[in-house]
Design a protein around this ligand. Structure first.
Ligand code: SPV
Ligand code: MG
Length: 551
């Protein structure tokens, strides 16, 4: 296999090959230890504990899949689990491949599938397919020695990575055939090219294992699995030169006892009090899963779309609505079952604008929608819109919308504004209904623009706002500002600077939004006009409210 350049969950690419590291561990005269895992999570835990390698136990992988250790899981199903384990870890994995899932041909194909999945080594046992776990029954039939040697040779000849290891597992002691047969087989497998011998025993004492090791005398590396003779001090294995010790199934067994106890406690208590005290914290799960690396990567690689914020001016009572605003501000007046502000917030949210700051004043405590920030303008009775806006100064950063709190608009209105890339943009209604303004004696924020709305589909010449004025004469007015504007990051900075100037020259207390816009224009800003033709309304009085309820 070529140099390993896989990206690991920690985001780092490692170039030291796992096959090489396993081989060094196997051939080192020091006794090494590897620990069972049966999926990506348990493999990660083995690595984080400090083990130098993982034993992908056939028994444990099967048990975790809910099947028996009798080749019930197909080899490709096992391969899939191994792929997760290898991706989740940077230490080498020795795979328990039972009898090799068939004859020499199946085994040699398996070898390269394992190498492709970054597995460092494989162990096959000299039994018959479908295998039976070594601790079940007695007198298990053994494979023919020559047939098994052919399998080892085929695997070694096929391996595309010189450092990949094939361990031959001798089951002669398990089958009750004695030490001589075990040695005879070990010798044959060694001759056939096995990189190490796993000598297995189901005795509760290690005598036959120690005897084998002494006779074998390190002709090739020796691997053992002291599941049954666990009481033997580890130094005894060191003393006879055991190269590799496999702790073969204890994570799977720990999972069983822990899951049983947790399930039982929750079942009996019908609550999570015991569980929350005794199981891993959720934060731990995210640490093990490597979420921190993902969020760092998101910062690095995800295109950053500026989050557009909005500041909504909703401090006034709206006294023309009379009774309806005795106990609530205008923005909280009901429009078909929902407060007006609720509808406005919904329009912003639908367009992806989620960070909303609402400036409250009159009956501020009634403005209690979920998902909004509120800031209070305590001087709402005596101050104007710009003073309210200044209360939300902290939110006027980056890309930011400013909106009156008493308007409703169709989604295309906001989308058109959001699409505009100017530093300052204002929505101007070219159908500004002069008659209505006059008949209702309503104040209209009239807009003079650098050019009139044409309605021509191909007309994309930019129009700029030159003046906002409630007193503009009919000929000069090109439309009505609907009370919605957008500021880019630079536009927000201009806005902040203007607010600072207004604060210091004392004009801020009584200024209206149109005063502010005109000051920005005077200071050289050229707000771009986003023309619309209707599709919005504002709510000032009972007549407007009736329209809103039909909107
Ligand atoms: C395994 O862990 O699947 C093994 C070891 O093969 S043993 O269960 O002891 O046979
Ligand atoms: Mg096994």
């Amino acid at each position: 296999m070529s140099e390993n350049v896989l990206a690991f969950p920690d985001g780092k690419a490692r170039t030291t090959r796992k096959t090489t590291r396993f081989r060094e561990m196997l051939t080192s005269p020091e006794t090494s230890f590897i620990m069972e895992a049966h999926n990506g999570l348990s493999a990660k835990i083995v690595e984080e504990t400090g083990f130098e390698g993982v034993w992908a136990s056939g028994l444990s992988v099967s048990a975790a899949l809910g099947v028996r250790d009798s080749n019930e899981a197909s080899w490709t199903q096992v391969l899939e689990v191994l792929e997760f384990m290898a991706d989740a870890t940077s230490i080498p994995i020795l795979v328990d491949a039972d009898t090799g899932y068939g004859n020499f041909n199946n085994f040699r194909r398996l070898v390269n599938k394992l190498i492709q999945r970054d597995i460092a080594a494989v162990c096959i046992e000299d039994k018959l397919f479908p295998k039976t776990n070594s601790f079940l029954g007695a007198n298990q039939p053994l494979a023919d020695i020559d047939e098994f040697c052919g399998k080892i040779k085929a695997g070694k000849d096929a391996q595309a990575d010189d450092d990949f290891s094939v361990i031959a597992r001798v089951e002669a002691l398990i089958a009750g055939w004695g030490l001589d047969e075990a040695l005879r087989r070990a010798e044959a497998y060694h001759e056939a090219g096995a990189d190490g011998i796993l000598i297995h025993s189901k005795e509760s004492v290690a005598d036959e294992i120690l005897a084998f090791a002494k006779e074998w005398a390190n002709r090739s590396p020796v691997v053992i699995v002291p599941t049954k003779y666990y009481a033997t001090p580890t130094d005894h294995f060191r003393d006879v030169g055991i190269n590799l010790i496999i702790w073969a199934n204890h994570n799977m067994r720990a999972a069983i006892s822990s899951m049983r106890e947790t399930s039982r406690q929750i079942f009996e208590n019908q609550n999570l009090m015991w569980a929350e005290e005794n199981v891993a914290r959720l934060g731990d799960v995210f640490v093990i899963a490597g979420n921190e690396e993902l969020s760092e990567a998101e910062d690095r690689y995800l295109a950053k779309r500026a989050e557009t914020k909005a500041v909504v001016l909703a401090a006034t009572r709206g006294s023309k609505l009379e009774d309806l605003t005795v106990d609530r501000p205008k923005c909280m007046v009901d429009v078909r079952g929902k407060p007006l502000l609720h509808r406005l917030v919904g329009s912003f949210n639908d367009a992806g604008v989620r960070e909303l700051t609402v400036v409250t004043g009159y009956k501020a405590d009634t403005v209690n929608l979920p998902g909004i920030n509120t800031v209070d303008n305590p001087a709402y009775e005596t101050s104007g819109e710009v003073a309210s806006l200044a209360c939300a100064k902290d939110a006027l950063k980056g890309e930011c919308l400013v909106s009156y709190g008493d308007i409703m608009f169709r989604s295309h209105v906001l989308n058109q504004l959001l699409d505009c890339e100017a530093d300052i943009a204002v929505v101007i209604d070219a159908n500004w209904q002069q008659e209505r303004a006059e008949s209702m004696k309503r104040t209209v924020d009239l807009a003079a623009c650098s050019r009139a709305y044409t309605g021509d589909y191909f007309d994309d010449e930019i129009a700029e706002l030159t003046r906002l004025d409630t007193e503009l004469d009919t000929e000069s007015a090109n439309g009505e500002w609907i009370g919605l504007a957008k500021f880019s990051e630079k536009g927000s900075a201009l806005l902040q600077a203007e607010l600072d100037r207004m604060e210091s020259d004392g004009s801020i207390a009584s200024a209206s939004m149109i005063d502010l816009m005109n000051r920005l224009i005077d200071a050289g800003a050229k707000p771009q006009v986003v023309y619309i033709t209707g599709g919005w309304l504002d709510v000032n009085d009972a007549f407007d409210l009736a329209r809103a309820r039909n909107f």
